[in-house]
Design a protein. Structure first.
Length: 191
């Protein structure tokens, strides 16, 4: 399989199903941002962190490939003429969302209560989590904008929302594990 196809040389790309759209189409922006998020999660996974976090992050990366594949499919061509789905991939389901919630609940049990917003930083690994969280929020914003034009699987939207929360809690938990200082945001008073 060649990596270069030359089919995008004129600024268009094909969705699953064959529909060609401009490379700047919101659908491409949406799943491209999910791909960017997946890369940042790989960066977090490559850090010196607990094996359990790494395993959860690998699972999240798998789920993000699923989200991307769903978003890369033209909704009008997602179902074949015989009634079968075009993509033979698992869907994002409630157990994926509940899995993130369970992970957050488990991490939160070890953390002090949050009384203020937290400034990103304190350790490089924690900062990577905050960058991933921001990219996840952007992916969610783009996916909801796409949803205003063409329906996006509701569980994909929920998953992205919950994942940004997970990445925030992971940042706090890694701050705790790494003994990094968590700086509370207390607005400075202007003179």
């Amino acid at each position: 399989m060649k990596i270069y196809t030359k089919t995008g040389d004129r600024g268009t790309t094909a969705l699953f199903g064959g529909t060609r759209v401009p490379k700047h189409h919101i659908r491409i922006e949406s799943y491209g941002t999910v791909d960017e998020l997946n890369s940042y999660i790989g960066l977090i996974r490559d850090q010196n962190i607990d094996l359990n976090y790494k395993n959860v992050l690998v699972h999240i990366q798998d789920r993000l490939f699923t989200v991307g594949a769903i978003m890369a499919t033209d909704p009008e061509k997602a179902i074949l003429k015989n009634g079968k789905e075009r993509l033979n991939i698992p869907k994002i389901d409630n157990s994926d969302i509940e899995g993130l919630e369970l992970e957050m609940d488990t991490m939160n049990e070890a953390l002090p209560p949050m009384t203020h917003f937290v400034l990103p930083g304190g350790h490089q690994t924690v900062s990577f989590c905050h960058i991933a969280r921001c990219v996840c929020r952007r992916a969610e914003r783009l996916a909801t904008a796409l949803n205003d034009i063409e329906a996006v699987d509701a569980n994909c939207l929920i998953y992205l929302n919950r994942l940004s929360d997970y990445l925030f809690v992971l940042a706090r938990k890694l701050s705790y594990d790494l003994r990094a200082k968590e700086i509370k945001w207390i607005p400075e008073k202007h003179k």
